[in-house]
Design a protein around this ligand. Structure first.
Ligand SMILES: Nc1ncnc2c1ncn2[C@@H]1O[C@H](COP(=O)(O)OP(=O)(O)OP(=O)(O)O)[C@@H](O)[C@H]1O
Ligand SMILES: [Mg+2]
Length: 237
């Protein structure tokens, strides 16, 4: 089943300069899909436009429903959640409060937060251990886990992640990807932006290449690994 369908999405920032031009991509239920592209290509802007953080033109459908032009909290409520670049951990809040702040509309209707917290703590035991500590006291890798945990608290069907491995030591990069794999296996689809293309392609089956605000190629990770020109451009040859 098609979960996310983006068709001819164009978008501009407040300065009026259009940075996305007719982006089309899809994510099927259960898939993990990667967006690859050079600095400034429009990867972050694509995620932001899907999330309603930026006004766009075209079509963005989630579970068959058009979400373009809707407010971000409404989009989140439908089952989309984003882990922004730079993690966005609230430094003055404890780990627990960082998780709790991602409240869901189910609470107070016979559903409690306990199950969601248990799920996050089972996935990231370090967050349970550190739950009373402040967000800023965590290491970079732990903050990334916290940001992912917070996104899970909102019970997404689809998670958008912007460069989750940025600035992490190689062993932590692998750990983050292993966690994403488990989350994906638990039924959450994933749309991922990654500079660390090798790692991302190892974990996802399908990739889109974004060049100057447009999708220039869509291929399986396997085919991409074999394409010499793409390898040279995005995978360091
Ligand atoms: N707030 C903003 N206002 C105006 N232009 C912006 C803004 N943010 C980004 N841009 C421009 O939009 C274009 C796409 O940027 P975007 O951040 O989406 O690229 P990216 O692919 O995520 O790059 P990176 O790999 O560096 O994160 C760039 O030309 C950038 O300069
Ligand atoms: Mg970016």
């Amino acid at each position: 089943m098609l979960l996310l369908e983006v068709q001819n999405l164009s978008a501009a920032y407040a300065d009026g300069v259009e940075v996305l031009h007719n982006i089309s991509l899809t994510v099927r239920e259960g898939e993990m899909v990667t967006l690859i592209g050079a600095n400034g290509a429009g990867k972050t802007t694509t995620l932001r436009a899907i999330m309603g953080l930026l006004r766009g033109r075209g079509t963005v459908k989630f579970k068959g429903e058009n979400i373009l032009g809707r407010e971000t909290p409404d989009i989140a409520r439908l089952g989309l959640s984003m882990v922004p670049e730079g993690r966005g951990v609230f430094p003055g809040l404890s780990v627990y409060d960082n998780l709790r702040i991602a409240t869901t509309p189910w609470y107070g209707r016979g559903m409690s937060m306990a199950n969601d917290l248990d799920r996050v703590y089972a996935l990231f035991p370090i967050l349970a251990e550190r739950r009373t500590q402040l967000g800023w006291s965590l290491s970079g890798g732990q903050q990334q886990m916290l940001a992912i945990g917070r996104a899970i608290m909102a019970r997404p069907k689809l998670m958008l992640l912007d460069e989750p491995s940025l600035g992490l030591a190689p062993n932590l990069v692998e750990e983050v990807f292993e966690k994403l794999k488990s989350i994906n296996e638990q039924g959450v689809s994933i749309l991922l932006v990654e500079q660390n293309a090798f790692m991302a392609l190892e974990y996802s089956k399908l990739a889109y290449i974004i060049e100057r605000g447009t999708v220039s190629a869509q291929m399986t990770s396997e085919a991409l690994m074999q394409d010499e020109s793409i390898k040279a451009a995005y995978l360091g040859g």
